[in-house]
Structure formats: structure tokens, C-alpha cells
Design a protein around this ligand. Structure first.
Ligand SMILES: *[C@@H]1O[C@H](CO)[C@@H](O)[C@H](O)[C@H]1NC(C)=O
Ligand SMILES: *[C@@H]1O[C@H](CO)[C@@H](O)[C@H](O)[C@H]1NC(C)=O
Ligand SMILES: *[C@@H]1O[C@H](CO)[C@@H](O)[C@H](O)[C@H]1NC(C)=O
Ligand SMILES: *[C@@H]1O[C@H](CO)[C@@H](O)[C@H](O)[C@H]1NC(C)=O
Ligand SMILES: *[C@@H]1O[C@H](CO)[C@@H](O)[C@H](O)[C@H]1NC(C)=O
Length: 555
């Protein structure tokens, strides 16, 4: 070896240097949430809001237990939010004017909280990096939903409002036995009368947290149980689409996850991906189901054009079965598959053989990457992905952060905060860091805080010398609201961009209109040769309160 080193000093040294410097994906644990991160949403470049139920979380506010908190990405600490109503198993999203709205909830188990089932809680845009002075306004007497909804989904639509979908009225042991088979909006439409849905009625009892997406023409795709539709908000019609193949059911309590694949100019052809869940019958009483029933490894993909729908769902398989996976869009267009277990179901203490209280078992500790453009059969890989030792089972969350890494938190398949069991309440936060977190990254700056549709804008960039700039990707992203293995409103729209010859400025063409990207907050990420910048925070559209008028041009 010494001879070789003497003979080939430069080769040896450079090989050694690159071998030790090859950056890899890494899990890094840092901080604890104090309030179980059952729901999570990024609300500013430095902050996420997390919600639990009103229970016995250790973080205190005003002398009592807190069930909401602000997570600070800079300090990796949580500070409590003082809520009024119970946010258990709720949803939420961001409006066209930047306000975050938390939607729905539960009847509290402790007297400190009020009934949250009609909850509408507002977190106004927060300019303080650490959240000083920012709080949730939760006043059920003056602001509430039209009907009670536990386990609803919500979605920002083309006019910047939230569409609220489905749920249960009351407590239910496992299946949706007391369904809210309707849609409503915030701010409300139709004089506040919810719209009944045949689709929701058809998909009981496995239709909680329907997976719903805003399509680039303003319509909404929905999947619940093993069925899917397109809902036309303006015409108020439901168009049934093919069932998910092979009896696979993908909504709570058989949670798979779903994502709208990245949309690209000039055609923005929508395509959805649905992964995991269970192929069990939805007619089996829960006490005859087992925590050891193998979950589904199926991913199903459907192109939402007449031709794509005629062709039907295309099936492929994850590396392992997954109940309660999370699908997270990454700025380079890949999708991270993380969290969940290989067997069982969502929910708590309902199967014949729960593990402690958990209906699911065999946590998956290694994430996978899904590459949408790769050929069928070679899209899914976990090569080079790290393995964690922290189980992320029922009531866990994950989100892309403004820094470009992935925040993973929560897990609590228990009715309250418990410690000492295998699947205890999990307060530890992990970041899953992509390799680019360990190298010199491009930057994007001088981005206007509000950007219009169909607009060309020039921003400043820096691109490290080490990058050839073979591929430039500019992603406009809604990071979504994470609850129950689904990211409401998560979205990635690629924007055409041209780099100046001196590599110091980038001219970007924004999406054509408010249907391609529903107006509201977003982050712009620049990825150069697979190395991603931190995100620039913007409001897309005119920033007015919903409902906003159509903006931009048809495409
Ligand atoms: C955890 O985060 C804090 C605040 O950002 C930082 O100072 C510290 O170095 C981090 N610790 C680890 C182990 O990464
Ligand atoms: C979807 O589920 C229903 C009800 O269980 C069943 O009748 C139908 O065959 C399923 N569809 C497919 C494609 O498996
Ligand atoms: C579910 O899928 C597994 C594996 O493909 C199969 O063995 C099983 O029969 C299926 N169960 C049902 C109820 O279709
Ligand atoms: C749970 O118990 C473990 C082992 O005793 C302890 O290290 C940990 O701090 C406890 N966690 C909480 C949140 O109390
Ligand atoms: C945004 O709009 C909502 C709905 O009208 C309103 O409740 C909220 O206060 C508005 N926030 C701001 C910052 O304008």
C-alpha cells in the first residue's frame, strides 16, 4: 500500500478525498416537539404549526397542557400555542391571502378544551422568524364550519378558498359509521349549505381523510376506499373514474397515501400516484382484523386525460407493503416514500391483536425514492437511503421544509400520551437530509414576495463552480398539510427558466393561471444538477382573501 501511495500520490489522495466526501442521505435527530406532531404544516420560512388532541402532552401553556405548538426550524424547539377547541384528527391548509386555517376536530376528552368538530382556527401570516406575537385565533362562537367534521380532508382550490371534504360526525371505533357525506368551503359558498356527495356515500366505511387534489383545470380529483372521481366544483358534478385495481383501499382506516405528480409546462398533464393501504375487505368487523395482516405494496398511477382514463390505472409495487406511508414531493421531482408499517391498519385498539394499542406493526425504517420519469419497474429504490430506529406509525407526520430537507415527527397509536410501550408517544424530531445538504448549494434571491401568474421574472442566483449546470429545475411548491398519511394541497409545478450566460440571474415564467397553481403561499426551489437551494417564500397571485377572481391566461 505504501508503495502504491508513493507511486501514485495524486490518484490515491483524490480517490480517498472523493470516497470520504461522497454525501449521502442521513437521518439526524434533533429536538422534541413537546406536543405530539399528529398534524404539521409549514407556515413560514422558519416555522411549522403542529397540532395534537387536547390530552396530556408535556408542553404547557397558561398553566395547562398544550395541544398545539410552533416548531422553530432554526432552534429545533417548540413553543406552545393556546388553543380553545380540540384539534384531534383535523386537517387544514393555507388560503390565497396567506392565512393558515385548521379545519375540524373532535369532542375533547379533557374539560380544558371545547368541542372542535366544527373547528375553524386561523393562524395569520407570521413575519417573526421565531413566531413572537403569532398565534392561532380559535373562537368557535364567531367562526366555525357548517357541520361537525372529524377526519375531514381540505384542499386549496382555484379561487384560494379551502374545500373541506367528508369526515365523521361523532366518535367511531374504526370504520366510518357516522359519515359526513358532504363538501363545504371556507369561506363558505352556497349560503353555507354543504353539498351532498354520492361519492362519499358510496365509499363508506373506509373513506376518512379522502385523498383530494386540485387539477390544472380547476376540477378536483378524489380517491376514497377503492374508488375515484373527478368533481367539478363549478358544475357540481361527480364523474366516476376506474376503481383502484385489485381491491386495494387507500383511505382511513386503511390508509395508503396519494400524490399529484409534478406538473410541467407547457401542458401540465395531471397524473396521480396512490401507494400502500390494504386489500382487505371493508366488510370485516374490526375485531376480526389483525395487526399482522399484510398491508398493500401496490402503487397505482392514472393519467387524468380522456386517453389516460381510458387506459386505466397502471400498477407497480413498493419495495415493501406499507400502511400509513407518506408521499413527499421533492424539488427535483422525485417522491419520497417514508413512515408507516408493513402490517395492520390505522387507528387504535380495534383489531383482535393490537401491539399495545397499535392496530399496525412492523414499522418500515428505511425510506424509498420514487422517480416518476423512470421506466415502469425501475422507479422505486432505497439504494443509499439511511435507516432510522424511530417507528413512525399512526399519528405521525412528515413535510418538506423550506431548507429542502424533510421534517419527520410524531407517532402515537395510543389514546393519549404514553411512554414505555413499544409504540409509545413519539416526541423526537428527525430530519431526513438529502445529500445536497452537505455540499455547497445554489442560492436564489431577490425573489419578489408576491408573484403574478403568467409573468416573467428575473431573480438572482449563485451556482457553485463545481456544478456544470446541465440541468436546471425551478419548482413552485405548496408543502401541504400533513395529517393521517396525507398531505392536503401538496403540489409541485415546474416553471420554465433560463439561466443568464454569466450564471448570475435566472428568468422564470410563472404558471399560466390560478388553476394550475391555486393562489396562495408557496416556496420556489432551484435545483441545479440535483443540488437544491433553500426555498424562497412567496405568495402566488394577488394575495387577496378568498374567493379571488380567475387570474392569468388559459394554457
Ligand atoms: C440541533 O439543532 C440546533 C439548533 O439549530 C443546533 O445548534 C445543533 O447543532 C443541532 N444538533 C445536532 C446534533 O445536529
Ligand atoms: C372495490 O370495492 C368494491 C366493494 O368492496 C368491490 O365490489 C369492487 O370489486 C372493488 N373494485 C376493484 C377493482 O377491485
Ligand atoms: C391481497 O393481496 C394478497 C397478495 O397479493 C393476496 O394473497 C390476497 O389474497 C389478497 N386479499 C384479498 C382479500 O384480495
Ligand atoms: C420515556 O421513557 C424513556 C425510558 O425511560 C425516557 O428515556 C424518555 O425520556 C421518556 N420519554 C418521555 C417523553 O417521557
Ligand atoms: C384571509 O382571509 C380569511 C378569510 O376571509 C380571513 O379570515 C383572514 O383574516 C384573512 N387574513 C389576512 C391576513 O387578510
Amino acid at each position: 500500500m505504501r508503495n502504491l501511495r508513493n507511486l501514485l500520490p495524486f490518484i490515491w489522495l483524490s480517490t480517498l478525498a472523493s470516497a470520504t466526501a461522497i454525501p449521502r442521505w442521513q437521518f439526524i435527530q434533533n429536538g422534541t416537539t413537546g406536543v405530539l406532531a399528529l398534524e404539521a404544516i409549514v407556515v413560514s420560512p422558519t416555522l411549522a404549526v403542529i397540532f395534537d388532541r387536547a390530552t396530556n402532552d408535556p408542553l404547557l401553556v397558561d398553566g395547562h397542557t398544550a395541544w398545539g405548538a410552533l416548531w422553530d426550524f432554526e432552534t429545533n424547539t417548540a413553543s406552545p400555542l393556546n388553543l380553545v377547541t380540540d384539534t384531534f384528527c383535523a386537517s387544514g391548509g393555507l388560503l390565497s391571502n396567506g392565512t393558515m386555517v385548521s379545519v375540524g376536530g373532535n369532542i375533547p376528552a379533557i374539560s380544558i378544551a371545547e368541542d372542535g368538530r366544527m373547528g375553524l382556527r386561523l393562524f395569520e401570516p407570521c413575519a417573526s422568524p421565531s413566531g413572537v406575537g403569532c398565534t392561532v385565533v380559535d373562537d368557535p362562537a364567531t367562526l366555525h364550519l357548517e357541520t361537525t367534521r372529524w377526519y375531514p380532508s381540505s384542499l386549496r382550490i382555484f379561487d384560494g378558498s379551502l374545500m373541506v371534504v367528508g369526515g365523521i360526525h361523532e366518535d367511531t371505533p374504526f370504520y366510518n359509521t357516522d359519515p359526513v357525506n358532504s363538501f363545504e368551503f371556507f369561506p363558505s359558498k352556497d349560503g353555507g349549505v354543504p353539498r351532498p356527495s354520492d361519492f362519499l356515500a358510496r365509499t363508506v366505511p373506509v373513506n376518512l381523510f379522502p385523498r383530494v387534489f386540485a387539477l390544472p383545470d380547476g376540477k378536483v380529483f378524489m380517491v376514497a376506499n377503492n374508488q375515484s372521481i373527478i368533481y367539478d366544483i363549478e358544475a357540481q358534478t361527480e364523474t366516476p373514474l376506474p376503481d383502484i385495481p385489485n381491491g386495494v383501499r387507500v383511505t382511513n382506516p386503511f390508509d395508503g397515501s396519494a400524490a399529484l405528480l409534478p406538473l410541467s409546462p407547457p401542458d401540465y398533464i395531471p397524473e396521480v400516484l396512490v401507494c400502500g393501504g390494504s386489500n382487505s375487505s371493508d366488510q370485516i368487523p374490526s375485531d376480526q382484523l389483525s395487526s399482522q395482516d399484510v398491508a398493500s405494496d401496490q402503487c397505482s398511477r392514472l393519467v387524468l386525460t380522456p386517453e389516460g382514463i381510458a387506459q386505466g390505472w397502471q400498477v407497480e409495487h413498493l419495495l415493501e407493503p406499507r400502511i400509513m406511508p407518506e408521499l413527499i414531493l421533492l424539488p427535483n421531482g422525485q417522491i419520497l416514500v417514508t413512515n408507516g408499517g408493513m402490517t395492520g391498519y390505522a387507528a387504535i385498539s380495534s383489531v383482535s391483536d393490537p401491539i399495545g394499542n397499535s392496530n399496525a406493526d412492523h414499522p418500515v425504517f428505511t425510506p424509498s425514492l420514487y422517480t416518476p420519469d423512470a421506466p415502469l419497474g425501475s422507479r422505486i429504490s432505497n439504494r443509499g437511503m439511511p435507516t432510522t430506529s424511530i417507528a413512525r406509525m399512526y399519528h405521525s407526520t412528515a413535510s418538506l421544509t423550506p431548507m429542502g430537507n424533510i421534517f419527520i415527527a410524531g407517532s402515537n397509536p395510543n389514546p393519549d400520551v404514553v411512554n414505555g410501550t413499544e409504540f409509545h408517544t413519539e416526541f423526537r424530531v428527525e430530519y431526513l437530509n438529502p445529500p445536497f445538504m452537505f455540499v455547497e448549494r445554489p442560492t436564489i434571491s431577490n425573489v419578489p414576495s408576491m408573484i403574478g401568474f403568467n409573468t416573467r421574472l428575473t431573480v438572482d442566483v449563485t451556482i457553485p463552480f463545481s456544478l456544470g449546470a446541465e440541468t436546471i429545475q425551478v419548482a413552485l411548491m405548496d408543502l401541504g398539510f400533513s395529517s393521517h398519511a396525507f398531505h392536503s394541497s401538496q403540489r409541485l409545478v415546474f416553471m420554465d427558466a433560463e439561466l443568464s450566460p454569466d450564471r448570475k440571474s435566472l428568468t422564470i415564467l410563472t404558471p399560466p393561471n390560478n388553476r394550475v397553481f391555486p393562489p396562495g403561499p408557496a416556496f420556489i426551489f432551484l435545483t441545479v444538477d440535483d443540488v437544491t437551494s433553500t426555498g424562497a417564500h412567496v405568495i402566488v397571485g394577488n394575495g387577496l382573501p378568498p374567493p379571488v377572481a380567475d387570474q392569468g391566461i388559459p394554457f
